[in-house]
Design a protein around this ligand. Structure first.
Ligand code: ADP
Ligand code: ZN
Length: 530
């Protein structure tokens, strides 16, 4: 029981018992709620599943007037409102999915003070008509959910959020609470500044999710590796498998189903009826696996998700943390498992370069990817890296519940190997002006006389066959780690490998290159692709 004695008769606590049926506040909830109920502004950083909703729902119920909740998750508003109504809370929402009459009903309820909570999409709130409507009613609190959407540096920027800075000017007496699960120190500052909340009190909950075990395995034959992981550790468990493309979502779901695992696909290309059906099966049934693009999971509240698996590399640590955070909300042991390989790095770099967006956008996306790669390649505690990224103090002795803590990876001096790769790139790029990707480089190092090697006379190069001390999978690991360390770069749509400024330091022997040892036999598969 967390409540401070003497406060246990507070209205907030009474509301927690009476409406929500919970015994006690969790973590920082009580402090946040007391602060907002008293009229203060708050910026709340709490991991997914931490219990952010109550932080604004209870103040909305305790203070006179309607709590206005700004949320970008339009698809979830109906569910949220239904759930609140089932508890006897007078809730409504306004968004583009409603027709005129439905909206009129909600407007009338708001104006006559019959709503405790009103959910609004941010694009609604920009409209003069909405602002005018709000000024005719009584507002108890403004809650800005998913507040990181205001950050232009974040991974989920939504321009409509910028307009929310005017709430404080228009309603100086109404407390505001901004909430997010994904924020680095920089994003945190940006939220405060852009939402114009200089006087807000900051509540930062720990981002540690000690019951989640973080693991990254080298990608070989990802579907088979996944199947083995599920059979060995999560038979009959509910979980989410994230893939980058709709196609691989479909294929993975079919593959699992074909191997006796209850699995369904979920992506934006499916019709909404199928999506809704799969989502509700996931919530209701035990032990269903959903294979999904990142479209799935936002706002899904299923406490017993036992694993989250990534078959492709997430674009940022924020994304990875949010997605893996859907596991183990009930606090029981859960696994965040990811298969990651060279092609992930190349593919993501290509995506960034060939994608839309200006130079600044590309640089930002590149920086997000770099942090993600550093997490994948680290020989240190993964939890420590995650917490560090979010500006929190990790336990320096390691967490004991991630793969690198459980089986510390061996490292080796990869300087010579790195020089061999980089010299090959030099031969092709600088001396011959040719563009080749990782496959050709590795074939040359291994001394393979493939059609493409013969065609370009690459068996005549001095570096041909100088890499027979390592096997193909190990060379791919070297290339992958060089890419992750910024000692090699990818260019153009074919994934040409090119040197970076830092490559020169390695070639001139001014810099050592420590590398992680690749496991000789990636668990559960003999394939060596990827
Ligand atoms: P977030 O929005 O931070 O991801 P939610 O507000 O959806 O988290 O809460 C996550 C889950 O925890 C929900 O099922 C919620 O009902 C539950 N929860 C929140 N606060 C408490 C509490 N004080 N006691 C028990 N359960 C709680
Ligand atoms: Zn660890």
């Amino acid at each position: 029981i967390t409540g401070t004695p003497g406060r246990t008769d507070s209205e907030a606590l009474a509301t927690l018992h009476r409406i929500f049926g919970y015994d006690a506040f969790r973590g920082e909830q009580e402090e946040v709620i007391e602060h907002v109920v008293a009229g203060g502004d708050a910026v709340v950083l709490m991991p997914t599943g931490g219990g952010k909703s109550l932080c604004y729902q209870i103040p909305a119920l305790v203070r006179p007037g309607t709590g206005v909740v700004v949320s970008p998750l339009i698809a979830l508003m109906q569910d949220q409102v239904d759930a609140l109504r089932a508890l006897g809370v007078r809730a409504g929402f306004m968004n583009s999915t409603q027709d005129f009459d439905e909206r009129r009903v909600v407007e009338a309820e708001f104006l006559s003070g019959e709503l405790d909570l009103l959910y609004l999409a941010p694009e609604r709130l920009r409209l003069d008509s909405s602002l005018e409507l709000l000024s005719r009613g009584k507002i108890s609190v403004f809650a800005i959910d998913e507040a990181h959407c205001v950050s232009q540096w974040g991974h989920d920027f939504r321009p409509d959020y910028l307009a929310l800075s005017l709430l404080g000017e228009r309603w100086p007496d109404v407390p505001r609470i901004a909430l997010t699960a994904t924020a680095t120190h920089a994003t945190h500052q940006e939220i405060t500044q852009r939402l114009n909340m200089p006087a807000a009190r900051h509540f930062v909950a720990s981002f540690d999710r000690p019951n989640i075990q973080y693991r990254v395995v080298p990608k070989a034959d990802p579907k088979k590796q996944l199947l083995a992981f599920l059979r060995e550790e999560h038979a009959g468990d509910a979980g989410i498998v994230y893939c980058l493309s709709r196609n691989s979502v479909e294929k993975t779901a079919e593959f699992l189903a074909g191997n006796g695992i209850a699995a369904v696909p979920y992506h934006a290309g499916l019709d909404s009826g199928t999506r809704a059906a799969h989502q509700s099966r996931f919530l209701r049934e035990e032990g269903l696996v959903v294979c999904a693009t990142i479209a799935f999971g936002m706002g899904i509240d299923k406490p017993d998700v036992r694993f989250v698996a990534h078959l492709d590399l997430p674009k940022s640590i924020e994304g990875y943390y949010q997605e893996t955070g859907r596991a183990g909300r009930d606090g029981l042991p859960s696994t965040a498992w990811m298969a990651y390989g060279l092609n992930d790095v190349i593919q993501q770099r290509k995506l960034i370069q060939s994608g839309e967006g200006d130079e600044a956008f590309r640089r930002r996306a590149g920086a997000h990817l770099d942090s993600m790669l550093a997490l994948c390649e680290t020989a240190q505690c993964r939890r420590g890296q995650l917490l560090n990224y979010f500006g929190q103090e990790p336990d320096l002795t390691g967490c004991g519940n991630c793969d690198t803590c459980l089986t510390p990876p061996e490292t080796w001096d990869g300087t010579v190997a790195a020089q061999k790769v980089l010299s090959t790139v030099v031969r092709l790029q600088r001396e011959r002006g040719q563009k080749f990707g990782a496959v050709q480089i590795v074939d040359i190092l291994l001394g393979k006389r493939t059609g493409k090697v013969i065609q370009f006379d690459h068996d005549q190069l001095s570096v041909f066959g100088i890499g027979q001390d390592l096997v193909e999978g190990e060379w791919r690991g070297v290339v992958r780690q060089l890419l992750a360390q910024g000692l090699l770069a990818v260019e153009g749509e074919y994934g040409t490998l090119v040197l970076t400024e830092a490559s020169g330091e390695v070639l001139r022997r001014e810099r050592e290159v420590p590398l992680r040892k690749e496991p000789k036999k990636p668990a559960t598969s003999k394939a060596s692709g990827s």
